[in-house]
Each structure stands twice: as C-alpha cells, then as structure tokens.
Design a protein around this ligand. Structure first.
Ligand code: ADP
Ligand code: MG
Length: 365
C-alpha cells in the first residue's frame, strides 16, 4: 500500500507553561512511501519521528495536511479503520494471556461481517506465529519469554490481521546488542516475505541504513532528505545529514576554496573545480583518507588503533572542528606510530563541501 503524506503538520502547545509558543513536531511533510517497501524515519530524539508515525496510525490528529493510503484519504479515520499494525518499543503484551491468546487478540474484536470462527482465528494466529518463528511457544506466558521473543509476539500480533501498513516505533530499543542485530534481520525478512509496506522509526543510523529500502532523515520536525541509504550517505543534502550518517562519523574541517583548490589550513589538499572562492566546511569520510608519503594533507599523528579488520589513524589538525580526526586505512598499510606527522591523499568522492552559512551541500560545477 502506497502511503502519501501531503503538507502534514502537527503542532503541540508548549509543555513549558511559561512559554507561549507552540512546538512544531512535524512541519509540512510531503512525500510518498512506495508500496511494499521498508522505510525508516531517522533522526535524533525529539525530531518528530513518533509524532509522524502516530499521525499515520491515526493515534494523533494532524494540525493540517492529509494522509492517503493508496487512493483513500484516511486523514479522518480512527486507527482501527485504517488497517494498520503497530509495534512499540515496550512490547505491550497482556501478561496473563498466553502467546497464542496475545496474537489472537486483535481477531477476537472483529465484529459483524468480519467476525471469524475460532478455528479460523487459531489458523491465522498459527500462521503469524510461524512467520516470526515462535510457533513452538504458543502456550507460554510473556513472562516466560526473552525480550527478543516477546517482541516477536508483538510483531505477530501486529501482522495477524494482515495490515495494509505496518508501523514500528523503535521496536529494537529494548533489546541487547546481539538480539538487536538478529531481530532487525528478522524484521527485514518478514517484511520481504509479506510485502507489507513498513515504516520503521529509529534514532540509530546504522539500524536504519542496514534494513531499509529508503530513509527519511529528520531534524527538529523538518524533513532533511529522503533516499536510498547509500545515496544519502554518499550524497547528503547538508552538513547535519552528513554528520548523522556513518560510524565512525565524518570528519569536519573549516576550509576555503581558492582558485579551484580546497585549502585546509595553508595546504591545498584537493582540486575543487568549478567552485568559486568561498569559505566552506569540508567533510571527509574516515574511509576517504589514503596514506601517501608526500600526500597533500598533513596531520599531527596521535595514535593508531587496530580494531578487527580496520586500522584507524587518530590525528589532529588546526582546521578540524573536532578534537580528533579518525582516518580508516586498509589493514595492509602501516604507519610508524612514532612519526610526528602523517600525510594523506584524499579520495575526492569522500570529500564533501558545505556552505559555511547555510550548511547546505555545495555541488561541483
Ligand atoms: P521523536 O519520536 O523523534 O523522539 P516526538 O515525535 O516524540 O520525537 O516529539 C517531537 C517533538 O514534539 C518534541 O519536541 C516533543 O517534545 C514534542 N511533543 C511530542 N508529543 C507532545 C505532546 N503530546 N505535547 C507536547 N509536545 C509534544
Ligand atoms: Mg519517539
């Protein structure tokens, strides 16, 4: 089911009684979520992700704007009429009911034409449980399950009616690191198998990058960029997006473009063809540095860290905004950890320039 947001806006009265002004949690969102895809709403805490999801589910009413599921305008419909499945961070299972009863619960409430026989309900519950691989645990109570298993029950419950749209708000946040990885792969698999359009809220960029077809990056209620994960990583619209995606994060420098070259400090480090003289921020991805004996960019060497496959060179530069620069080099190359200075060549595709004032990306002319 394609989901369309049209000029969607949600304002809240200020929580601070002394302040009058409203909080705009979601500001004029217009975009389409394609049918059958998994998309992530990504941004730091408070940027409006849950509010956006609650508007799509119908738990909250927009201040203005519209929501369509396919051709249907659902803006005025209550949640139970929208055909959605919801999964939250805290699994919200009924503790006194078994797994089977929990999964069946949404079916028990169907009325009139939609009412199902008990047999049919059991069949659907079984199918949903199988999909999330908890069909062996049907007689247990939630208290007898691990966090990961409880979240699977919650997902099965959200799927049992075969919703038009599946909405998940930070569904992995209560799980430990290993289970998070495993469960996110599961969610991806289930989404592929069912083909249900899924909207997944997270503040974790790696999680978003790893499972979604598309990410929507948000900041303070304002949409920053929509695109395929790799596209947004390689070609961020602004400095905020560039900094929010990637671990280790992008290294940011104050720089100048002069006569077709990018300068960091006094060194001309890279050609910047077609860009007029101006002050910039230069973002260099950790993987954009290459050790090079007479390389154009020199930094004070502070240390070398080996972590599994990666070798990180930690260094400093006057031009850097952050106290340390982290360059990831291939593990075959070696750095003399005693050397005072390390010199780099830069991969032009990994060097991104931003306007010093607006922080918007500058594209080469
Ligand atoms: P996220 O899920 O990205 O952390 P939210 O959507 O929960 O963000 O919140 C976005 C903004 O709206 C925040 O500034 C938050 O304080 C505010 N907000 C959310 N819900 C309410 C509410 N019921 N009343 C007032 N302000 C709210
Ligand atoms: Mg939230």
């Amino acid at each position: 089911m394609e989901v369309t947001l049209q000029n969607l806006t949600k304002k809240f009265p200020s929580r601070d009684r002394k302040k009058r002004e409203e909080v705009t949690a979601v500001s004029d969102f217009t975009f389409k979520i394609p049918d059958g895809k998994l998309i992530a709403l990504l941004g730091p805490s408070g940027c409006g992700k849950s509010t956006t999801l609650n508007l799509i589910s119908g738990l909250q009413k927009p201040t203005s704007g519209k929501i369509f599921f396919g051709e249907d305008d659902v803006t005025g419909l209550p949640p139970e009429k929208r055909g959605i499945g919801l999964v939250f961070q805290n699994y919200a299972l009924y503790p006194h009911l078994t797994v089977q009863q929990n999964i069946m619960f949404p079916l028990e409430n169907l009325k009139g034409k939609e009412k199902l026989t008990r047999e049919k309900m059991l069949e659907k519950a079984q199918a949903a449980a199988k999909l999330v691989q908890i069909d062996e645990l049907m007689e247990r109570k939630p208290g007898e399950l691990s966090g990961g298993q409880q979240q699977r029950v919650a997902i099965a419950r959200a799927l049992v009616k075969m919703p038009r749209v599946l909405l998940m708000d930070e569904p992995l946040s209560n799980l430990d690191a290993r289970l998070r990885l495993q469960t996110r792969e599961e969610i991806r698999r289930i989404q592929r198998e069912t083909g249900i359009t899924t909207i997944f809220v997270t503040h974790d960029q790696e999680e978003a990058m790893s499972i979604s077809d598309m990410i929507v990056v948000m900041k303070e209620g304002v949409l920053q960029q929509i695109g395929r994960p790799q596209e947004v990583y390689d070609s961020p619209a602004n400095l905020f997006v560039a900094k929010f995606l990637g671990t280790p994060p992008i290294n940011v420098f104050r720089g100048q473009v002069r006569d077709g070259w990018l300068y960091l400090g006094t060194e001309a480090v890279l050609e910047a063809k077609g860009i007029g003289n101006r002050e910039v921020y230069a973002g260099i991805r950790p993987e954009g540095f290459r050790l090079q004996k007479d390389g154009p960019f020199g930094c004070a060497l502070r240390g070398v860290e080996v972590m599994g496959r990666d070798v990180s060179v930690i260094c400093q530069s006057e031009a850097s905004l952050d106290p340390q620069i982290r360059a990831i080099i291939d593990s075959e190359s070696t750095v003399d950890p005693q050397a005072p200075v390390v010199r780099f060549g830069l991969n032009p595709r990994k060097v991104l320039l931003f306007d010093r004032e607006t922080e918007e990306r500058i594209l080469e002319g």
